[in-house]
Design a protein around this ligand. Structure first.
Ligand code: SF4
Length: 364
């Protein structure tokens, strides 16, 4: 069973997630081997090109301005800084660079133009370029596509129901609309979520229903284990058990058979044996580099040692899709429209977010 289906139900996904582990692993590995080379893993590097000071209230995020955390905020990096880091990532074996900016949504203007230049620059290094910049309109997605963007990341985070317990400043439908805007271009979609935020297994299955019923399914799905950062509303959540991570990866592999499933945040808490089990269960992408935006991540050398030990090879760039063409800014068909899109702001009260905000105010 490895055909792509867009009609998965929560009950079917729960039945898969809760199978005896050996049966679950066997089936996930079987699906994985039909669709992918089990000994090849994509290595991506995540760069935080603009850190902190974000207006949103995502309960897991140390970059939200309203919480008091130890992270150091930074303005938008320059194109040459980004190029230097991308070259270093390439030397370290990365085939993809993902640039993250702590923005609610993209705004037309000089900063977005600078990001478009970064996309052109990295594409010309023959690396896959991904961006995660918040919500985007169709025109902005088209401009990114023209610059040579390979993928756009916009996570669903959790099920629609549990999302409301974590974020009050933007709605689930806005997330889906952004993914839809990206889909209207030739940019691939990267979308996944986080486990360990206090959600239940039904919520994990609910998120997989939302991802698997997208048509086409995302080309890439990060599965993050919450890294509970002091000062955020979720600071007291317990670390995710490796068994939960393995079950989540395996279930994701079965319902998203063609997708690159990425082990993302939380890898520092996982042993090599745990990660090996995730690769067996169908994970075929990791983030490299000692930081994931602002939280710790294993060192590149450690990862390369693990690859050697497990006989894994890093995936070459553009294995799944040809390199997008880069159009220079002056030849662009799509100009800034100066749009003011009405992304929603549900504004319901989440007690623990309010408490973390109040604590943050006291400390500041
Ligand atoms: S996850 Fe993104 S949108 Fe949410 S607070 Fe952090 S940087 Fe802002």
């Amino acid at each position: 069973m490895s055909e792509v289906r867009h009609n998965w139900t929560k009950e079917e996904i729960l039945e898969i997630y809760n199978r005896p582990l050996m049966d679950l692993l066997y089936e996930a590995a079987t699906v994985h081997r039909k669709q992918h080379d089990p000994n090849v893993v994509q290595v991506s590097t995540l760069l935080s090109i603009k850190t902190g000071g974000c207006s949103e209230d995502c309960g897991y995020c140390p970059q939200a301005a309203r919480y008091h955390t130890d992270i150091e905020g930074n303005d938008l990096m320059t194109v040459s800084q980004v190029k230097a880091q991308a070259l270093r990532a390439k030397e370290g074996g990365s085939s993809r660079v993902c640039m993250g900016a702590a923005w609610r949504n993209v705004k037309d203007g000089p900063e977005f133009d600078q990001v478009l230049d970064m996309v052109r620059t990295i594409n010309k290094l023959d690396m896959e370029v991904c961006c995660t910049l918040g919500m985007v309109t169709e025109n902005q997605a088209q401009r990114l596509a023209e610059a040579g963007l390979y993928a756009y990341n916009h996570n669903l985070d959790s099920s629609e129901e549990y999302y409301k317990e974590v974020i009050s400043t933007r709605g689930y439908q806005d997330r889906l609309d952004t993914i839809d805007n990206v889909r209207k271009t030739n940019v691939t979609v990267c979308s996944g979520g986080i486990i360990g935020m206090g959600e239940n297994v039904e919520d994990r299955a609910g998120m997989l229903v939302a991802l698997s019923t997208l048509n086409p399914q995302p080309e890439s799905t990060p599965i993050n284990a919450l890294v509970a950062v002091e000062g955020t509303p979720l600071e007291e959540e317990k670390p995710v058990e490796i068994w939960d991570m393995v079950r989540m990866v395996a279930t994701t592999r079965i319902v998203l058979p063609e997708t690159q499933v990425r082990l993302s945040a939380g890898r520092t808490q996982m042993s090599r044996e745990g990660q090996a089990m995730c690769f067996f269960a169908g994970a075929n992408s990791i983030f490299a580099g000692d930081k994931l935006l602002t939280t710790p991540n294993p060192d590149v050398n450690e990862d390369m040692k693990m690859f050697e030990l497990l006989g894994l090879k890093p995936q070459k760039p553009f294995t799944k899709k040809v390199q997008p063409q880069t159009v220079e800014a002056e030849e662009s068909q799509y100009q800034a429209l100066g749009e003011k899109p009405k992304w929603s702001r549900p504004g319901h009260t989440i007690e623990r977010n309010e408490a973390a905000k109040a604590k943050g105010k006291l400390i500041k």
